[in-house]
Design a protein around this ligand. Structure first.
Ligand code: SAJ
Length: 427
């Protein structure tokens, strides 16, 4: 089956790379976003999100005319829904973006078209939510049009490469749908394409991110235990990982982003009586920022005069600009609430506006007046900092490293007292 035009609903971190990758392969793509600011900025050639290589890809796709950006869907051979699925304050999935995208495309879906849901969703979303909306006009999913669930599994920071190289799961509401989905993604996917049913594909996606969350939770719990026993968790993990069947992940300030910190809750919501390990792991990771705050308090001791903190990094992980669910933002806010004067610097988002936090746009400026330097994200800009130079740029002589990226010895030599998460004593 050949797809000459594709309508992509949602031009965010997944929709935009997907739309422009299809466009770069000669497919005509109508990219649709409900946010008028996103539409306007893309129509003017401005790419609103940072992802390595994305700006060039989008610019070329727009220039070639293969990608056009609209605020409403149009007729196409295939429709891809790549809208967010956040959660409400009570951790229940908020499916209204998926519902409204399905409702928006429903009038345009014709016989023989393909519809793909990519958004991470609770089990049964494709069959339970999308099918009834698309069948309202009298057509049958799987017979008159094809319908699949195909989760994105790309890692922010490496989206463009992983989109092409990763294995792609395609879950159809029937076999014919799965095969239609395979024909669509074959346009650019070089990894293996695996066909299954829609609900299995939904579950696979949730299992992958939940597996990672649980593994990060045990790393964070190990760091608390190491703290209690006065040992260095990083050293202990390094040694344990020499075992051929052990691969402990890194402790840190917590789990952020819109995927791993959200998706496991979909399983907890769907089966709270069963998903107890998953719920506990979520709670452990959500509590992790508290341990960074304790470390700051420990580093400052009783000396309440030292209250000016330079926060290095606000993104949810290294080398991305994404602040969603970022533990670093939560920690900075919490420190402000405790009465500290916090200035923060995020090299990948210089103009970040975060209520309650003073965000500055250079390293010089964040360091200038600080009394304590707190590293919350292992960005490459920070990993390459030289201790002597930092010492010249600031009067601070306390360094707190929540992500184990700063060389303790060099900073100690430059006159800093150094504290690291997961090490039960000053270094
Ligand atoms: N983190 C740790 N310790 C670690 C690894 C990560 O604390 O050892 C933290 C990060 O700092 C970050 C959070 O976990 O705050 C999540 O980062 P991540 O790099 O593990 O994952 P994401 O959220 O960027 O992307 C994940 C990926 N899923 C898996 O690796 C199973 C990606 O493949 C998915 O496509 C993506 O979620 C998604 O969109 O669902």
């Amino acid at each position: 089956m050949e797809f000459k035009t594709i309508c992509v609903m949602g031009l965010g971190y997944i929709g935009l790379p997907t739309a422009s990758t299809f466009a770069s392969r000669g497919v005509k793509v109508i990219g649709v976003d409900a946010n008028p600011k996103v539409v306007e900025s893309l129509q003017n050639g401005h790419v609103h999100i940072y992802e390595p290589g994305l700006r060039e890809l989008v610019t070329d796709s727009l220039a070639s005319g293969n990608l056009v950006v609209r605020s409403q869907p149009e007729q196409a051979d295939a429709f891809i829904i790549a809208v967010p699925t956040p959660f409400y304050a009570d951790k229940k999935a908020d499916m209204h973006f998926v519902r409204s995208a399905a409702e928006a495309i429903a009038p345009f879906v014709r016989k023989g078209n393909l519809v793909v849901l990519e958004s991470t969703s609770p089990p049964m979303t494709t069959c339970g939510i999308v099918v009834p909306i698309l069948e309202r006009g009298g057509m049958n999913a799987g017979e008159d049009f094809y319908l699949t669930y195909s989760p994105e599994r790309v890692l922010p920071g490496q989206i463009l490469r992983e989109l092409i190289e990763n294995a792609r799961v395609i879950g159809g509401v029937n076999q014919a749908s799965a095969e239609a989905g395979r024909d669509l993604y074959r346009v650019f996917v070089k990894g293996e394409i695996i066909l299954t049913d829609a609900t299995t594909a939904e579950m696979v996606k949730l299992m992958e991110n939940t597996y990672r969350d649980v593994n990060i939770a045990i790393a964070n719990e190990f760091s608390r235990l190491a703290d209690r026993f006065g040992i260095d968790v990083w050293e202990a993990i390094r040694i344990a990982n020499l075992h051929p069947r052990v691969k402990i992940l890194n402790p840190g300030p917590g789990v952020g982003g819109h995927c791993i910190s959200v998706d496991p809750w979909f399983l907890v919501e769907a089966a709270p009586d069963i998903a107890t390990l998953i719920r506990t792991s979520r709670q452990i990771n959500d509590e992790q920022p508290e341990f960074v705050i304790r470390l700051v308090n420990q580093a400052l001791g009783e000396d309440l005069r030292q209250r000016r903190i330079a926060v290095l990094g606000l993104a949810f992980k290294p080398d991305v600009d994404d602040l969603r669910e970022s533990p670093a933002v939560g920690i900075a806010r919490h420190l402000v609430a405790e009465g500290y004067q916090v200035r923060a610097y995020e090299p990948n988002k210089l103009n970040a506006e975060i209520e309650g936090i003073t965000v500055v746009d250079s390293l010089e400026s964040v360091l200038a007046d600080a009394e304590l330097v707190l590293v919350l994200v292992g960005h490459k800009e920070f990993r390459s900092l030289e201790a002597e130079k930092v010492a010249q740029q600031t009067s601070a002589r306390i360094l707190v490293d929540a992500v184990n990226v700063m060389p303790a010895d060099a900073f100690k030599q430059a006159g800093f007292r150094v504290f690291r998460l997961g090490v039960g004593h000053e270094l």
